[in-house]
Design a protein around this ligand. Structure first.
Ligand SMILES: C[S@@+](CC[C@H](N)C(=O)[O-])C[C@H]1O[C@@H](n2cnc3c(N)ncnc32)[C@H](O)[C@@H]1O
Length: 515
C-alpha cells in the first residue's frame, strides 16, 4: 500500500533507491537542527494537545453516571490522571498482576454499530469502518454540548507526536527517511479518502453535517483511531473504548500475552464488556502500562502513536527489490521467485544488529543472474535453483550484488537531512556521504539525542533518521566485507566439481590415476 524507497535492479544492474516523495512536497529550509531546538523549546507548540483538568473531571463523572467508574462493592482500581504521556491510568491502590483494572460496557464503545444507530447511520452504510467512525467523531464534536459523547470527545488530544501531525518544518528533519515517504503516502491516502467521503457523503447531506469538515479534521480522526484502537480491534472490528484507551505503553513490559478480552457481563447478561487487565503488579499511585506491540519498528510506532523506543530491534530499514519486466530473463526469474514464496517485488526488513532476512541474498542473486550464469535459469534446474542461489553463484554475480547494494546504500544515505556541523565533519562532502561520513552523521545525531534538549518531535526525527542510517551503514559494511572476500568464496562451478569428485578439499584438481 505505502510507497517506500526502492532498491531496484534494472537489467543494466545499476541500483538506485529512489525516494518516491519529491522534496518539493516540503518547504526547503535552511534552518538547522540546532536552531530548531531553540525555536521549538520556546514555542512548545503542541502543549495545547493536552485536555483541561475540568474535561478530565467531567469525563470521570460521565463514566460514574454510566456505572463504569463506580461499583457498589469497591472503589475503582484506576483513575485517569495527567502523566508524562498525556493522560494515563493511575492505580488507586496496589493492583496484583492480571487483575482487571477497567471494564467498559458495549454501550460506551464507539464502533460501526454506534455509527449505524446514530443520525448519520443511514448515510454511512458501505463506508469503511474507520471512515464512518471518523465522520461520527467529527459530527459529534461539532454538536458540542448537544452530543452525549462530549465528555469523552473533550479528553481526546488535539494531536499526538505522530509525524502525520508535524509541520513542514518538522518534517524537513526526516528528509530522506523511509518514515517520511511512509508519512507522505499515508497522508495522500487519507486525503483521497477524504475527497471521496466529502463528495459522496458530507456535501450531499448538509442537513447532517452543518459544520464544515476539513481535511485536517479528518486527519485528526484518523490519527485518533490509529493511536487508540487496540491491535485486534481494527478493520471491521474497529472500536474506540473510552477509559481503556487511556492506557499507555511501557517498553519494560515485554509480555506479548493478551491483556484484554471481550466477554459477557455475567452469566445471565447478554451485554458485552471490554475487560482490561494489568500485565504486572502495580503499586498505588503508579501508572498501569501495557506493551502496545513488540513487533513494530520505530517508524511504525512513530506513525501510529507518536513515540519511539531506543531498542536495537526497533530500528528497521525496508529494502524493496524488484525483477523488472525489461529483464531478458523476467519470466524465468519470476517463476523461480514465485515458486519460493516471493514475487516480482519483494520487501526485506533489515533489522539493526540482526542478520539479513534469509531469502534476501538468494533473491538478490536471482535478480542479478545473467551472462554465463544464466544456465541456472533453465527449467532442468527449476527444483534445485533456489538451493544454488543460497550460496554464491559466481564471482561476477556476487560482485554485482555487492556493488548494487552498496551504491544503493550510499545513494540513500546521501538523501538524509544533515546539519551544517555534520557536513563540515565529513571530508567527503554532503552528496558523497558514504560509510565514513554516515558514521560522522550518526554520531552527530546521537550527540543531539544525548544532550537531551530536543523537543519530543525532534527527538523522534533525530532518532529515526539515526536508526535508518545505522541500518544502512550495517548493510553497507556487510557488503563491503563481502567484496573483500570475493576471491576466497566458493562458487557454483567449484562446488559442482567437488560434488563430482573432480576437485579436492584444498581445491586441487584430482586426476584419473592408473594403477
Ligand atoms: C492509547 S493512547 C493513551 C492515552 C493518551 N496518553 C492520552 O493522553 O489520551 C496512546 C497515546 O498515548 C501516548 N503514549 C502512550 N504511551 C506512550 C509512551 N510510552 N511514550 C510517549 N507517549 C505515549 C501517545 O501519544 C499515544 O499516541
Amino acid at each position: 500500500m505505502l510507497a517506500l524507497p526502492r532498491l531496484l535492479l534494472p537489467p543494466s544492474l545499476l541500483c538506485t533507491i529512489s525516494n518516491p516523495h519529491p522534496l518539493s512536497l516540503l518547504t526547503t529550509t535552511t534552518t538547522t537542527t540546532t536552531r530548531r531546538i531553540i525555536a521549538l523549546s520556546q514555542s512548545r507548540q503542541h502543549a495545547a494537545a493536552i485536555p483541561s483538568e475540568s474535561a478530565v473531571r467531567d469525563f470521570w463523572q460521565w463514566l460514574s453516571d454510566e456505572g463504569v467508574a463506580n461499583s457498589s462493592s469497591s472503589p475503582p482500581p484506576v483513575k485517569p490522571e495527567f502523566v508524562p504521556e498525556g493522560l494515563g491510568l493511575v492505580a488507586q491502590r496496589d493492583i496484583t498482576k492480571n487483575e482487571v483494572v477497567v471494564e467498559v460496557p458495549k454501550k460506551l464503545w464507539i464502533n460501526p454499530d454506534t455509527v449505524a444507530a446514530s443520525d448519520i447511520g443511514r448515510v454511512c452504510g458501505g463506508l469503511k469502518p474507520w471512515v464512518a467512525i471518523s465522520l461520527f467523531l467529527l459530527r459529534e464534536k461539532a454538536l458540542g454540548s448537544a452530543s452525549s459523547w462530549r465528555p469523552y470527545l473533550d479528553i481526546l488530544p488535539l494531536a499526538t507526536d505522530s509525524p502525520i501531525f508535524w509541520s513542514e518544518e518538522e518534517l524537513s528533519e526526516i528528509q530522506g527517511t523511509q518514515l517520511l515517504s511512509t508519512i507522505m503516502g499515508v497522508k495522500e491516502f487519507v486525503q483521497s479518502e477524504f475527497i471521496k467521503v466529502e463528495d459522496d457523503v458530507i456535501l450531499p447531506n448538509k442537513d447532517l453535517f452543518s459544520s464544515p469538515i476539513t481535511f485536517n479534521d479528518f486527519l485528526w480522526a484518523f490519527g485518533i483511531l490509529r493511536s487508540r484502537a487496540f491491535p485486534r480491534l481494527r478493520g471491521e472490528n474497529l472500536a474506540l473504548i473510552p477509559l481503556a484507551d487511556l492506557i499507555n505503553h511501557s517498553s519494560s513490559i515485554t509480555s506479548e500475552d493478551s491483556f484484554w478480552e471481550i466477554k459477557g457481563k455475567g452469566f445471565f447478561s447478554r451485554e458485552l464488556i471490554f475487560s482490561l487487565r494489568t500485565p504486572i503488579y502495580v503499586k498505588a499511585g503508579d501508572q498501569v502500562y501495557i506493551q502496545y506491540d513488540l513487533a513494530k519498528s520505530n517508524a511504525e510506532l512513530a506513525l501510529d502513536y507518536g513515540f519511539i523506543e531506543s531498542r536495537q530491534d526497533r530500528e528497521v530499514y525496508t529494502l524493496t527489490l524488484e525483477i523488472t519486466e525489461s529483464d531478458p530473463f523476467y519470466g524465468d526469474k519470476l517463476d523461480i521467485a514465485e515458486t519460493n514464496g516471493l514475487g516480482e517485488t519483494a520487501y526485506f526488513d533489515v533489522i539493526l544488529g540482526s542478520p539479513l532476512p534469509p531469502s534476501m541474498l538468494p533473491y538478490l542473486r536471482l535478480v542479478a543472474l545473467g551472462g554465463t550464469d544464466a544456465f541456472l535459469l533453465e527449467s532442468i534446474f527449476r527444483n534445485s535453483v533456489w538451493g544454488h542461489l543460497e550460496l554464491p553463484v559466481s564471482r561476477a554475480n556476487e560482485e554485482t550484488i555487492c556493488r548494487v547494494v552498496r551504491d544503493a546504500c550510499k545513494s540513500a544515505l546521501s538523501a538524509y537531512h544533515t546539519t551544517i556541523e555534520e557536513r563540515s565533519t565529513s571530508d567527503l562532502g554532503y552528496l558523497t556521504l558514504c560509510s565514513h561520513a554516515a558514521f560522522a552523521s550518526i554520531i552527530q545525531d546521537e550527540k543531539l539525542m544525548e544532550e537531551g534538549k530536543l523537543d519530543s518531535r525532534l527527538q523522534i526525527a533525530v532518532a529515526v533518521r539515526a536508526g535508518e542510517k545505522k541500518v544502512l551503514k550495517q548493510i553497507d559494511d556487510l557488503f563491503r566485507e563481502r567484496e573483500l572476500e570475493l576471491d576466497g568464496l566458493e562458487y557454483y562451478q567449484e562446488r559442482r566439481l567437488k560434488d563430482l569428485g573432480l576437485v579436492g578439499e584444498q581445491g586441487e584438481i584430482i586426476f584419473w590415476e592408473s594403477k
